[in-house]
Write a protein that binds this ligand. Sequence first.
Ligand SMILES: [Zn+2]
Length: 186
Amino acid sequence: MSTPRAFDPRKLDVAAFAAEHGALAGELPISHLSRLSKDALPQPEAGATVRWAAQGLKREVAGGGVEARLQLQAATTLQLVCQRCLQPVTVALDVQSRLRFVGDEALAEELDADSEEDVLALGTALDLHALIEDELILALPLVPRHERCPQPLPWSPEAPPAGAPEPAEHPFAALAALRRNGGTPG
Ligand SMILES: [Zn+2]
């Protein structure tokens, strides 16, 4: 019985990781994930991290043979800008994904199109940190906002934010006025 191999998450041999039912876990500083954090505000606590875990699995497939699977979990919280009140909003991300690995790029693309799983081509060195970042980016809300914005809005009447437009009474009121004035033929 050999001792379990040490796997490098930056250069993961997925086939070996799956064959050995390997497991890895760790924490990544959010500051290292520049693509994920580019739209985020500075974190309130220094040293905010993404907690992640990965598990390798083998799956027998029809026609014989074995495919490698990777089960991935990642969780963090980010400070984003609420698109309604423009104040910071804390967004919790909790991702669980299952990835399937096949022999080559063309097959991976073909299968990925009509599969609920993510299908990737089996390479010799997978960057797990980049993959974790990808999965978290996919989980970001399209329009981050508070469930309930803090009230009252923190704009004092004495000092309105420079250049800020007057908030519309109703988001559609301005649009309706435009339509009326534009005189679209009805
Ligand atoms: Zn808000």
